[in-house]
Design a protein around this ligand. Structure first.
Ligand code: AVJ
Length: 318
């Protein structure tokens, strides 16, 4: 069978880590966007987090996708053009391909080389599936390659990646997705639920210390890649559930009073002062359904995983 594989480099112009440090450390309240976690070591550490017994989302979501594939296909029909922002290794979509039989698959990711390799491997594994990969920063835009066939669309956004956005940003992103899938287009999205804070706390403070290493890796990157003079051992990992805001927050906590230097800039940190590195919002089903409706997406169906620990939503553009 003739394989179809096209690659589109939209050259996502992202802020460099150096600029992100200068921007994020200049205010009173210090922060770095979570996308900087994912260099090669960070991506490997994230994969290791997904293997930790305390980090429940990947297992539950994957077993839901396998178990529900036929049921989902009944609701979406087959023959859609599926696009996936932040597809990464494109592993989860493989659980759905036999049931959904898409017309084409459009994986999108910011990491061009990684995406090219993953998409290439997918074409070998599923030779009947036309793949049109696009290297983009989905926080900025979602261009669908012109080489992708026309047809009803389905967006796929698993892993509760939506949780990294604030609710307002999430609504804007969902509205953009709604625009891209067009009228009657659908979105299948995996979202982490609100639950006992002890379960959440454990998920982001695994006993093996992998999440801590993932968080602290940002300092290595700042030092090695952005030329920031800092001592990673002067920081510690902190993750906690902020009940009021319904989110896990991750921070790097300064163990002492210290000064970080970069290109003539000096950033002072007090003892106990933190650098905010990630938010991971959790949504009760009624909250997420209302947020989606605000973005022009109506609920077709939703499923809860074991003990309500994770949710999958199938939404339709109005
Ligand atoms: C990839 C954003 C869904 O928020 O749970 C895991 C990232 N951070 N452990 C999440 C993460 C710390 C993850 N997301």
């Amino acid at each position: 069978m003739a394989k179809t594989f096209t690659f589109h480099d939209h050259k996502p112009k992202t802020l460099s880590l150096q600029d992100a440090v200068i921007q994020g450390f200049s205010g009173k309240y210090k922060s770095i966007p979570p996308k900087f976690f994912y260099d090669e070591r960070g991506s490997a550490l994230f994969a290791a987090i997904c293997e930790q017994p305390e980090y429940y989302p990947p297992d539950i979501e994957q077993s839901m996708l396998s178990r529900l594939a036929e049921e989902i296909a009944q609701l979406t029909g087959t023959g859609r053009v599926i696009f996936e922002p932040g597809a990464g290794a494109a592993t989860k979509i493989q659980l759905l391909l036999p049931a959904l039989k898409p017309l084409a698959y459009v994986p999108m990711d910011i990491s061009c080389e990684f995406l090219k390799a993953a998409a290439g491997a997918l074409v070998e594994e599923f030779p009947w599936l036309p793949v049109h990969a696009a290297c983009v920063d989905f926080t900025h835009s979602l261009p669908i390659p012109e080489t992708a066939p026309a047809g009803p669309r389905l967006a796929f956004f698993p892993g509760s990646s939506i949780g990294n956005f604030t609710p307002r940003e999430a609504r804007e992103f969902l509205a953009l997705v709604s625009d891209r899938i067009g009228r009657d287009g659908m979105l299948l999205i995996g979202v982490d639920t609100k639950k006992d804070p002890a379960i959440l706390h454990a998920a982001y403070n695994d006993a093996a210390g992998i999440t801590a290493a993932f968080n602290l890796n940002l300092l290595q990157r700042m030092r090695n890649e952005a030329g920031v003079e800092c001592a990673p051992e002067n920081f510690e990992h902190r993750a906690f559930y902020n009940r009021e805001l319904g989110r896990i927050e991750m921070h790097l906590v300064s163990r002492c009073r210290q000064t970080l230097r970069l290109n003539g800039y000096c950033f002072e940190l007090g003892e106990g002062e933190t650098v905010h590195t990630e938010n991971s919002y959790k949504y009760a089903p009624e909250e997420f359904i209302a947020l989606s409706a605000d973005a022009g997406l109506d609920l077709r169906h939703y499923w809860l995983g074991e003990q309500g620990l994770f949710a999958l939503y199938l939404l339709q553009s109005r």
